[in-house]
Ligand binder design. Structure first.
Ligand code: HEC
Ligand code: HEC
Length: 155
């Protein structure tokens, strides 16, 4: 019983003292401004407004070989979980003809040991891990990237 009381007292003391000590330590971050603004590490910065995803369009030119093509349509409420994968209801080999969507390529059936499966490989199941929708947003950091001309017509 004594031990328990000691433990509880220690826990309470820590919870009172620790946050104070932390905020003292981090008061001065040396003027560093990161992408999340000048907020201190322990502060919550205001979340950015959600970006508007562009309207449905035809496939977007690729910028380099092996680039996961960008998603040229909205994907709001497209669920991907253990029971269902909304993307595959249009993009699977079984359904692509009916939906008019591009079928997933051979690489999506390959395991990391190069074994060919007869269904989508688990490592390619979560489509939006690699394929993303587009918003008309300014780049966070300026850059002079140019796409491979052969693929994009040098746009
Ligand atoms: C209702 C059917 C449908 C659903 C659901 C759907 N797509 Fe599509 N998707 C299409 C169609 C149609 C196209 C355009 C094909 C074309 O015009 O050549 C397309 C195009 C794409 C492309 C561009 C392919 C390329 O070659 O540039 C990608 C990537 C893509 N979809 C990914 C996804 C992902 C990821 C999901 C799930 C989050 C998804 N799609 C859900 C119908 C669908
Ligand atoms: C680990 C990353 C990754 C995941 C996860 C992934 N893809 Fe891809 N996808 C790629 C890459 C890279 C390419 C382009 C090269 C290739 O075909 O492998 C591609 C190509 C495609 C294409 C164009 C195929 C073609 O013939 O031009 C479609 C459509 C597509 N993916 C849909 C999907 C869908 C639907 C899912 C989910 C079931 C998915 N992808 C999951 C990386 C991924």
């Amino acid at each position: 019983m004594k031990k328990l009381i000691y433990a509880i007292t220690a826990a309470v003391m820590l919870s009172i003292l620790l946050p104070k000590a932390q905020s003292e330590d981090l008061k001065d971050n040396g003027g560093v401004i990161s992408l999340r603004g000048q907020a201190q590490l322990f502060e919550q910065d205001k979340a950015e407004d959600m970006k508007r995803v562009q309207r449905d369009q035809s496939p977007i030119a690729r910028d380099y070989l092996h680039q996961p093509p960008l998603i040229p349509h909205q994907t709001r409420n497209y669920k991907i979980n253990t029971n269902s994968n909304k993307c595959l209801s249009c993009h699977s080999w079984k359904n692509y003809r009916k939906s008019g969507a591009t079928k997933i390529s051979m690489t999506h059936f390959e395991t990391r040991d190069r074994q060919q499966l007869s269904d989508v490989s688990p490592r390619r199941y979560f489509c939006t891990q690699c394929h993303v929708t587009q918003a008309d947003a300014e780049p966070l950091i300026a850059n002079d990237f140019k796409p491979v001309e052969e693929l994009s017509g040098g746009k």
